[in-house]
Design a protein around this ligand. Structure first.
Ligand code: DGL
Length: 283
């Protein structure tokens, strides 16, 4: 394996790089913007390669490495993997080959779920790749080996959210079907193990009444703030941070869907395909 991609001497002035397969990571960015208003953010959506949820580990590692490397080139002092699928497949790989801190989703939600459940029955809704990785289950059991985890792969849910039709009957029926095993298992806590899913949180709440829903964004934003603080990389308060966006596919489509979900103007979205051959020594 080649040389590490350099973080070029990390300082608090660097930005925070965030990536996902598409707009799902905006649910993570949203929490980070609220919790870290003085920071600058650069978000990359690998929209030309959505969905990640049905891809294999090698493919996910390669796309994640390209996105994270580009974010480091933009001056990222920390890279946030705002995608559960990419975290499960590629977090360790990125951490090994980049010399900036890389934080993924999953760990914090797994901890939160293990600490939250009272009846020790936890549900997981996630993509096929994330469920197949078994990563959530391992992390939850590492905290409490007595917890019963019911995992449901939801292959059609992120693509339906991505089509931008979150409120039609098809998606209502889909959510009903995917949440049924969690109702049957009588879980009292459920992890929304895909960063797209909070975009249909009202439907999920309706189908899982009295269940505590754990989302990636909230837990990650807390962890990111603490990590920056401990490493001395936190920007001092009193400035308003910036944010900008890039994607590998159609910038217009990303802007339209993204501003609707983020409820903020996205500004110019750059098209950055990241399709060049991987330079020798990078991955
Ligand atoms: N948002 C991604 C995740 O958190 C998955 C969506 C996809 O399949 O690309 O897993």
């Amino acid at each position: 394996m080649g040389a590490a991609v350099t973080g070029r001497g990390l300082t608090a002035e660097g930005c925070i790089g965030v990536f996902d397969s598409d707009v799902g990571g905006l649910t993570v960015l949203d929490e980070c913007l609220a919790r870290l208003p003085a920071e600058d953010f650069v978000y990359y959506g690998d929209t030309a390669h959505f969905p990640y949820g049905d891809k294999n580990v090698e493919y996910l590692r390669e796309r994640s490495m390209r996105a994270a490397t580009w974010l480091v080139e933009q001056g990222a002092k920390t890279v946030v993997v705002a995608c559960n699928t990419a975290t499960a497949a590629a977090l360790a790989h990125l951490q090994t080959h980049l010399d900036v801190p890389v934080i993924g989703v999953m760990t914090a939600e797994a901890h939160a779920a293990a600490y939250t459940t009272r009846n020790r029955r936890v549900g997981l809704l996630a993509t096929v790749a994330t469920v197949q990785s078994g990563a959530y289950e391992r992390m939850i059991l590492a905290h409490d080996a007595g917890v019963e985890v019911t995992s449901v792969a939801c292959p059609r849910l992120a693509p339906a959210i991505q089509r931008g039709e979150p409120y039609d009957e098809t998606i209502v029926e889909m959510v009903r079907e995917y949440t049924a095993p969690l109702r049957e298992a009588r879980v009292d806590t459920a992890i929304l193990g895909c960063t797209h899913y909070p975009m249909v949180s009202r439907l999920l709440r309706r189908n899982l009444p009295d269940v505590t829903l754990i989302t990636s964004g909230e837990e990650l934003a807390r962890e990111l703030r603490e990590s920056l603080r401990r490493k001395g990389l936190l920007r001092s308060a009193g400035r308003e941070g910036t944010y900008r966006f890039a994607c590998s596919g159609d910038p217009g489509a990303f802007r339209a869907l993204g501003s609707r979900y983020l409820q903020m103007p996205l500004g110019d979205v750059a098209r950055v395909p990241l399709d060049d051959p991987v330079p020798a020594g990078r991955a």
